[in-house]
Design a protein around this ligand. Structure first.
Ligand code: MF3
Ligand code: CO
Ligand code: CO
Length: 249
């Protein structure tokens, strides 16, 4: 866990966050039926390099992609490849970049001509869960208040949260302490302090919470193969309100 101490460190986290967010938005808006997820990866790779940054994912524990693209039953860590996007899909795009020594990590889920009201509701709940957690990422809060709020949003909408993958501290490395589960009782864990930087990332499933990893060693799918969504921001804790680092300005 890093705690940002200088304006220079904060400026660098903002810069890497901004690049990650710009790439996330550009790739998410490029998603069209008939495209392969590999084409989205190529776009992400180009944009990351054009920004003078590096993919934080490529080569991470041997990960072969530059971004993660997870379609429908794929929860997270989808390796881009030959899968073709189809009308009615939900597509999550996760982008991590390193820029001048600091990491930005962010994800969003877009709908491709979705008409199923349950899927629309799932996407809205995922976005709301992230928004709630960001709203609670203020100095003085307890870490598990964020976890609890995410779970509350999911439960209230009758969806399940993924329990096998968590949010995390982010800074000079992509995955730093603490782990941030998307469930649990409030009022536990460390007290948040100004300058802490966190990656908050709810994963909500339409069906059961159970997930499994495919034989490629990466792609996480729902066990019941029902759709899942993923939203992620890197934020800096402050007094009063969190600063969202992964926003396009
Ligand atoms: N970005 C993911 C996260 O949000 C981690 C991706 S690891 C990778 O924590 F190797 F798949 F890139
Ligand atoms: Co991520
Ligand atoms: Co993350």
């Amino acid at each position: 866990m890093i705690i940002l101490k200088t304006d220079e460190e904060l400026a660098r986290m903002r810069a890497s966050g901004r690049i990650a967010a710009q790439v996330r938005e550009a790739v998410a808006q490029a998603v069209r039926p008939g495209m392969t997820t590999r084409e989205l990866d190529e776009l992400g790779d180009r944009l990351i390099r054009a920004a003078d940054a590096k993919s934080a994912f490529f080569g991470y524990r041997g990960y072969p992609g530059h971004i993660c693209v997870s379609v429908n039953e794929e929860v997270v860590h989808g390796i881009p490849g030959g899968r073709m996007i189809q009308l009615g899909d939900v597509v999550s795009v996760d982008v991590g970049v390193e820029y001048r020594g600091f990491i930005g990590d962010t994800a969003t889920t877009v709908m491709v001509g979705v008409t199923d009201p349950e899927v629309i509701r799932l996407v809205a709940a995922g976005r709301q869960a992230l928004d709630r957690a960001v709203g609670l990422a203020v100095a003085g809060a307890r870490l598990s208040d964020l976890s609890h709020a995410i779970e509350q949003v999911a439960v209230a909408a009758d969806f399940a949260v993924v329990r096998d993958f968590v949010g995390h501290g982010v800074g000079r490395r992509m995955h730093e302490d603490p782990q941030i589960p998307n469930f649990g009782p409030p009022g536990r864990g460390p007290r948040l302090r100004s300058g802490m930087t966190l990656a908050l990332e709810p994963m909500l499933n339409m069906g059961g919470a159970a997930v499994e990893v495919l034989a490629d060693g990466w792609t996480v799918v729902t066990r019941d193969r029902k759709p899942s969504v993923h939203f992620e921001h890197s934020v800096a804790v402050r007094e009063g309100a969190a600063l969202v680092l992964t926003c396009v300005e």
